[in-house]
Design a protein around this ligand. Sequence first.
Ligand SMILES: Cc1ncc(COP(=O)(O)O)c(C=O)c1O
Length: 469
Amino acid sequence: MGGLYGRVCIEYHRSMTALETRPSDAFTNDRQFVFHSWSAQGALNPLVVAGAQGSWFWDDKGKRYLDFSSQLVNVNIGHQHPKLVAAIQEHAATLCTIAPFHANDARSEAARLIVEAANHDRDYGLGMVFFTNGGAEAAENAIRMARLHTGRHKVLTTYRSYHGATAGAITLTGDPRRWPSEPGISGAVKFWGPYPYRSAFHSSSDEEETARALQHLSEVLMVEGPHTVAAIALESVVGTNGILVPPPGYLAGVRALCDAHGIMLMFDEVMAGFARCGEWFAFQKWGVRPDLVCFAKGVNSGYLPLGGVVIGSHIADTFRDRPFPGGLTYSGHPLACASAVASINIFKEEGVVEHSRMLGEHIIGPALEALKAKHPSVGDVRGLGTFWAIELVRNRATRAPLVPFNAAGPDAKPMVELANACKAAGLWPFTHFNRMHVVPPCNTPVDEVRQGLAIIDEALSVADSYVTA
Ligand SMILES: Cc1ncc(COP(=O)(O)O)c(C=O)c1O
């Protein structure tokens, strides 16, 4: 090998070898050059991850962690699934990229499989897919479609929600991550969704919570003017803001309100979809028809960036003769789509949806109930599939949270100590406000799930030590 090409290759090889033999550079260069999400850059101490397999990952010193966070609740199929890795390698050798206006086998097949999954248990009238790079762009394009389809502007979302960090998606978001980006886009209106454990409506049963939450939403619609509302956008099961499973009848009630007023119902299933809730899509548990569905994360476990919108045929028809005014250079990226095809096929071959449902019903749900009986700091446990929350309190009678809403700094100390106890014992947890979420990969073997739950059981003594009554 000679000439410039040879020199470049040798240099490249040298730099790769250097990287491999000096792992500490990863940390130093990260601290110097990598600008991290959601963080003050000064005080970061990122773990240097050297590798991962299945439900485990390990750092550069060889310490192993059982991944009970699925990273950002996206690695639904576990790390380095050999068939998924092979499919990406194979497609990379064939076609790494092609512009979105060409047709391509990986993209076409991914769209077909996603539409099939969205209509898995019955025909919900979901007919086409618009691909994006992730969840936030899915939300942006879904509201664009709803607005153009209805000719209306407003979009209603709940206070306890997260929809992404781009301008529109962060404005739709209800949680405090929205505050620094306000005022954001126009036409975003918030309402309270159901949350039986901390009801905004002072309900004392699930039935009451459903009835009162729907009454509240209908009153918000009344004063906003229902004819001005393009869409109601909901996480079908609220994720980061609490794993809030809608009480029976709620989603059907929202559908009825949408039908009464010609409003589009958009389900954000970026976190809840693709086996996380023990269904292909969470809304299928309640059989409620959406007009638009946002997906990302679990569609290919984040092996490559991919998201999108599953579009109701009636909305897609709006754009048969009229151009859709939106697009992305990487919409339907072939490599990302090939990974989605492989991932969905693995879900089918290995029964990942069914395994996730089984884990929720027979392993995680009963184990969390036992933790609640044992630990005074556990106020509530809730969830389904591999999507669970342990809500921690200082006082079970008053339900005073273990740490305040949006706690930071010293206020957050009890949760930081709890997370550190888990990490020290070899479990990587997902914590948010006063909750620990139990969100391992959806295909985690039963013995590893039990191993993780045993670590959480031990660590909860840290939370118990803050209980006052
Ligand atoms: C429900 C929901 N919607 C949207 C998003 C945004 O997805 P992304 O980070 O891929 O833009 C997230 C991310 O956590 C999410 O949980």
